[in-house]
Write a protein that binds this ligand. Structure first.
Ligand code: ATP
Ligand code: MG
Length: 422
């Protein structure tokens, strides 16, 4: 029997894992400068938490959750997204008593039973950030978006575009949804089965349809912007002013609705190149009222989730022609029994100084050693034979051009340091 990773899951192998780490570390660094701290929530929660927050009629809850009965009869679900868990934790730990807005980020795997394809997996990863508190000022929304764009810039994502929309609140959205439903019923027969179903269950989601044959019809539907209440209209106008203040370019996409029920007012999405139809690398929006819905105090909230798998795919697509950079600094080519102990010590000293070092566990012939150093992509080979041990002068060979010099240990560190800095 041969084991394989389960469909829709995958292994992240070196050297890709290094890129993953860099991306996640960049998120930690950038989000930290905006006052966010990390929260780690459990991978599974009570099913009801997700059913209630995401909404029973959404695709995620209706057909994509990994739900199972626990041994004691509880029903639990592998988290399909992070916001519900963060809100649950916010309530559970009384975080509303903390000063100012509570800004949290969460990095980790999510689970949805979708049809696997490029950029769509059953276990996928998100970098998620949330702001919870008493204010719903549009400046918060704009700062969240600014932070996101700074992060994308810092990881080197090029050509990403931002779309924003307002989907109203509980005052104005129901009227719009009803109007939309009426309009959709008139054209029902021209729509596909998914959209036909959504006319009754979740008409906003029809706007999200990617089916080519539905596009012309959808374009004729009423726009929510024309039906926003005064407060929502003012909020959306202020958001745009705040984005302009930050020199953030965006487009308004009136069809941008999010797939989860808890969103209201601001919604946004970021599209990245090189991904085909799974091109949304980040979705987010405001969810005032979600904490209350889950039994907490009245709270405003906004957040986003970056699809890390897609972000990585896009970054790799952009750099696919570049030579991979090796992490290995020094390969120690030691020869002869007497060289082994100094080789172990040198390896330790170099590693202490922060260099990545490969020390062959068994003696190798010189040519084989250099050959392996080359194949591993080492920047240098440090050659230690009996002469070097006797003189305490070690030969450092730069593998790119074969240039070779002898150094004492202290000089060696200084030389490597200088080479790294330049
Ligand atoms: P999509 O429309 O692409 O299905 P979504 O609206 O379901 O996305 P959200 O629930 O808002 O996505 O999640 C935020 C981000 O997480 C998405 O923009 C995407 O980058 C990523 N994402 C969502 N589902 C998956 C998945 N199955 N595999 C990989 N990434 C995903
Ligand atoms: Mg989806």
């Amino acid at each position: 029997m041969k084991f394989q990773a389960i469909k829709g899951t995958r292994d992240i192998l070196p050297p890709d894992s290094a890129l993953w780490n860099r991306v996640e570390q960049t998120a930690r660094d950038v989000f930290g400068t905006y006052g966010y701290s990390e929260i780690r929530t459990p991978i599974f929660e009570q099913t009801e938490l997700f059913a209630r927050s995401i909404g029973a009629e959404t695709d995620v809850v209706a057909k994509e959750m990994y739900t199972f009965d626990d041994r004691d009869g509880d029903t639990v679900t592998l988290r399909p997204e992070a916001t519900a868990s963060v809100c649950r934790a916010y309530i559970e730990h009384g975080m509303h008593t903390l000063p100012g807005n509570v800004k949290l980020y969460n990095i980790g795997p999510m689970f949805r039973r979708e049809r696997p394809q490029k950029g769509r997996y059953r276990q996928f990863f998100q970098i998620d950030a949330e702001v919870l508190g008493q204010s719903d000022a549009p400046a918060i929304d704009a700062e969240v978006i600014e932070m996101l764009l700074v992060f994308f810039e810092r990881v080197g994502l090029r050509g990403a575009t931002l779309s924003v929309n307002s989907i109203g609140d509980k005052n104005c959205r129901p009227k719009y949804v009803e109007l939309l439903r009426e309009e959709l019923r008139k054209v029902k027969d021209s729509l596909g089965p998914d959209s036909q179903r959504r006319i009754e269950t979740n008409p906003l989601r029809v706007l999200d349809s990617k089916l080519p044959e539905e596009q012309a019809i959808i374009e004729t539907l009423p726009h929510i912007a024309d039906y926003l209440c005064d407060d929502c209209r003012a909020h959306f106008a202020k958001l745009q002013a705040e984005l302009k203040l930050r020199e953030i370019s965006y487009e308004i996409n009136w069809r941008l609705v999010r797939g989860l029920d808890y969103y209201m007012r601001t919604t946004f999405e970021i599209i990245a190149p090189g991904l085909g139809s799974q091109n949304a690398v980040c979705g987010g929006g405001r969810y005032d009222g979600l904490v209350e819905l889950l039994g907490g105090p009245p709270t405003k909230g906004i957040g986003f989730a970056i699809g890390t798998d897609r972000l990585i795919l896009s970054l790799q697509d952009a750099t696919k022609d570049a030579a991979p950079e090796s992490a290995l600094d020094v390969f120690i080519a030691w020869m002869g029994e007497k060289s082994y102990a100094p080789a172990v010590q040198l390896a330790r000293q170099l590693r202490d100084a922060g260099y990545a070092v490969e020390l062959p566990p068994e003696e190798m012939k010189f040519k084989k050693s250099i050959g392996l150093a080359d194949k591993l992509g080492a920047k240098y080979a440090l050659i230690i034979g009996e002469d070097e041990v006797a003189s305490k002068q070690y030969s450092l060979k730069r593998l790119a051009d074969g240039q070779q010099n002898k150094y004492s240990m202290a000089d060696l560190l200084q030389h490597l340091h200088g080479a790294r800095a330049s």
